[in-house]
Design a protein around this ligand. Structure first.
Ligand code: ZN
Ligand code: ZN
Ligand code: ZN
Ligand code: ZN
Length: 381
């Protein structure tokens, strides 16, 4: 895993700095009370809870506080920092602006849910506590940690494909539950269906509900990877033009992209969605490159033209690994073109036409180039 925790810490600190600049970031009077931040933590909450708020536009742990208006921070009365105060006032307005939509979720579920809205996601987080590394984190800190992880995925996604906020109309909603009845209810109300392990609504109103049970997730890392996998599906299907290609013979790309982002962050793929084949025991340790190389070397890889016309639901274990590898190959070849190809597929242009148009290859040429690349670059073990 490529220094995720390190970069996460940096992200948190950055978010905090952006929200409440320190003396290094801002000129102004010396103030012992706020240390040149211009703001102080709201008296109604613990300081460490207030310090989590940087990455959220709305957080249910703060939202109803009449003292800070849901931001967690108050103007420091000993000094004047107009910029910080203005930003805090703007955030108070934002909390109020976002509230009505978020409260609808509470109404649907019959109680106030623990949740946050960030720049690109709405996260409902009904998990009391979890061990992350060596520390046992409580709900509020976990909520913000997972907001960070979602935003990190978003950044990786848009940077990889060279797209931006204009390519996404809605914020994906992610619901993490501790109790099956909540998950089933949310699945039906928000994701259009039922699924024991999880349910996704892909396309124009992306939502994902899943139960966080010990029997499915042995630890935080597995949970994290599971979320990356599923939310990558949401982003791909929601990006303009929105369409779930997994049911239009684009299963290889639908699953391949989701696996690719797992691999991007962890260098492991061990997730399959409920809609896909259950192969959680497959491919020792989730290291797929050696496996794919072996399939190719032994002549046991199914023809690309065959794999590339299946829906996601009928991909086999091997197909999943091959799909990951096709996406891996295309992205290293040209990520922007890969994005264009995926857009064409979502616009219902048949693969052979879109591949020809974007990469100038027919599927035979694709297969040959891909095989050569696998043999030249993938490790044998
Ligand atoms: Zn001050
Ligand atoms: Zn919060
Ligand atoms: Zn407050
Ligand atoms: Zn999947």
């Amino acid at each position: 895993m490529r220094g995720i925790l390190g970069s996460m810490k940096v992200a948190w600190i950055l978010a905090l700095l952006l929200f409440a600049p320190t003396s290094a970031a801002q000129e102004g009077p010396r103030c012992l009370k706020c240390k040149q931040v211009g703001l102080v933590p709201c008296v109604e909450h613990k300081k460490k809870d207030c310090e989590l708020e940087g990455n959220a536009l709305y957080c249910s742990f703060m939202a109803d506080c009449a003292v800070c208006g849901g931001t967690g921070w108050l103007d420091c009365e000993r000094c004047e920092y107009p910029d910080a105060e203005r930003r805090n006032a703007e955030k108070r307005l934002k909390v109020k602006e976002l509230e009505p939509e978020l409260k609808k979720l509470d109404e649907e579920m019959g109680r106030t849910l623990r949740k946050a809205e960030s720049e690109h996601f709405v996260l409902i987080w009904e998990i009391d506590e979890l061990k992350v590394d060596k520390r046992r984190l409580k709900d509020h800190e976990l909520l913000h940690l997972y907001v960070d992880r979602l935003e990190e995925l978003y950044d990786a996604y848009v940077n990889t494909f060279g797209v931006d906020d204009r390519d996404f109309k809605e914020k994906p909603r992610v619901f993490a539950w501790s109790f099956m009845p909540d998950h089933y209810r949310a699945g039906k109300r928000f994701c259009g269906g039922e699924g024991e392990r999880g349910i996704k609504r892909l396309g124009s109103t992306p939502s994902f509900s899943f139960p966080v049970l010990k029997k499915y997730f042995k630890d935080d890392e597995v949970l994290h990877r599971h979320l990356l996998h599923n939310v990558a599906h949401l982003l791909l299907s929601h990006q303009n033009p929105p369409q779930w290609i997994g049911q239009m013979k684009g299963g290889w790309a639908d699953a391949g992209v989701a696996h690719w982002f797992e691999d991007h962050f962890f260098e492991i793929c061990d997730n399959y969605c409920y809609q896909e084949v259950d192969t959680s025991q497959g491919f020792k340790g989730g290291k797929w490159r050696p496996r794919v190389r072996k399939l190719v070397a032994m002549g046991k890889a199914a023809p690309a033209a065959e794999v590339m016309q299946k829906n996601t639901t009928i991909l086999t274990q091997d197909d999943h690994a091959l799909s990951f590898s096709y996406v891996d190959f295309l992205i290293q070849k040209d990520a922007q073109k890969t994005n264009r190809l995926l857009m064409r597929l979502r616009s219902k242009v048949p693969l052979r036409d879109s591949m020809k148009e974007v990469f100038g290859m027919n599927l035979i040429q694709f297969e040959k180039e891909w095989r050569d690349w696998v043999m030249a670059t993938y490790p044998a073990r």
